[in-house]
Ligand binder design. Structure first.
Ligand SMILES: Nc1ncnc2c1ncn2[C@@H]1O[C@H](C[S@+](CC[C@H]([NH3+])C(=O)[O-])CC(=O)[O-])[C@@H](O)[C@H]1O
Ligand SMILES: O=C(O)C(=O)Cc1ccccc1
Length: 243
């Protein structure tokens, strides 16, 4: 997988304006996400374990906001021979191009369809597993309920949604504490204060976190009777919901 070092925010004044999933980001994304999101590697590996349990023969898996294909690759390795199909969607062309190369590096009998489109325009059918791994947080908040409802409608009974997100907290004290622990994690991974602060401004208006209560309410009102956290590290969580 592409893994050039992320130095995008290393120089003063670099990358001003809103964060975008352009070719520069796509070229360093593997390094960026591992050094920025605590638990990312564990979540990617565990998606394979969820897939092994959730994915039924002949069903469809959706990876929404697939970026370089890390989740799709982890899932695909675990569902060989089940006559399934994975639909991996991203609206960034440079991401999807690199994703195509990454998927082609391994042999598999599972068909992966890469779709360059907005996840709001996807039709869900015969789904046994839907993955939103750090993607919902980039949708305008007003569009989030409708997507979760559409996913629920397209899932087969027993089908799962795995939803990973950066969280916001009602308590200012907890927000500050977990934000600081996250910043320490980035420092420990070699990011400078300048890189941290420039990236923070760039994602401010682009990545809009919800609280855990908002996620729970959204999943419940979409119809998911069973849902809970399965992973948390600081302000990053992953939830599972079962239809
Ligand atoms: N409306 C949209 N439609 C389609 N794609 C979108 C949209 N908005 C954002 N994206 C895409 O969602 C991805 C979010 S990254 C996901 C990591 C991956 N899941 C991973 O497991 O490695 C998470 C992060 O950068 O924190 C990017 O590739 C965007 O182009
Ligand atoms: O870097 C951060 O502070 C994040 O919140 C995670 C992230 C990771 C990759 C792209 C955008 C945000």
């Amino acid at each position: 997988m592409t893994n050039s070092q992320d130095t995008l925010f290393a120089q003063p004044g670099e990358h001003q304006g809103n964060f975008q999933f352009d070719s520069r980001v796509a070229g360093v994304f593997g390094d960026m996400i591992r050094r920025s999101v605590p638990g990312y590697g564990q979540i990617i590996a565990t998606l394979g374990d969820f897939a092994d349990r959730a994915v039924t023969p002949g069903s469809t898996v959706y990876d929404l906001g697939c970026s370089l294909g890390a989740a799709t690759l982890s899932i695909r390795r675990r569902i060989e021979g089940r006559q399934c199909r994975i639909i991996a969607v991203d609206n960034s062309e440079p991401m999807l191009e690199r994703c195509r190369e990454n998927l082609a590096a391994y042999v598999s009998d599972t068909r992966v369809e890469l779709m360059l489109k907005d996840i709001r325009d996807v039709t869900f059918e015969n789904a046994s597993l839907v993955v939103l791994n750090f993607t919902l947080q980039f949708l305008p908040p007003a569009d989030r309920d409708a997507l979760i409802r559409k996913i629920y409608a397209g899932l087969n009974p027993g089908g799962m949604l795995v939803l990973s997100e950066k969280l916001k907290f009602d308590s200012g004290e907890i927000q500050t504490l977990l934000d600081e622990l996250h910043l320490d994690f980035k420092r420990a991974n070699g990011y400078s204060e300048l890189e941290i602060s420039q990236k923070r401004s760039a994602i401010e208006n682009v990545l809009i976190p919800d609280t855990l209560a908002q996620h729970r309410e959204r999943l419940s009102s979409a119809g998911f009777a069973a849902h809970d956290l399965w992973f948390q590290c600081f302000n990053f969580v992953s939830m599972v919901a079962i239809k």
